[in-house]
Design a protein. Sequence first.
Length: 142
Amino acid sequence: MLAQFRYEIRHFLQFSEQAAGAAGLQPQQHQLLLQIAGAPDGTVVTVSHMAHVLGLRHHSVVELSKRCEALGLIRRTNDLEDRRRVVLELTEQGETALQQLSQVHAQQLGELAPSLIKALNRIRKTRTPSGSRSTLGLKEEG
């Protein structure tokens, strides 16, 4: 059951990488744009924050953000309160690229949703080692 769920997730991630490539972006560039846009309100989106969110080393995000800036996808500025911090924000071009990719991803997720939900429900219906039922409360559509 878990294998099927992991397969569905891998299938989506492979799709995501291919979609990013078709849009002229590397998968990590797409992930950076997505995380910048999706940062909670009030969050100062710094290189350090992105390193934490993306699970990358600080210097890797520095290089990634420089490549995205060179492509015109993001802006890198020094934080006014702490000049050591670099703040990242999407440009209009970055927002457009992300919006196009997000539309394609939403369509793919819509197609994968039934199989993902089915796989999760199978996991939910199994008993845990303690004998109780799993508590994933997802409902299958359709």
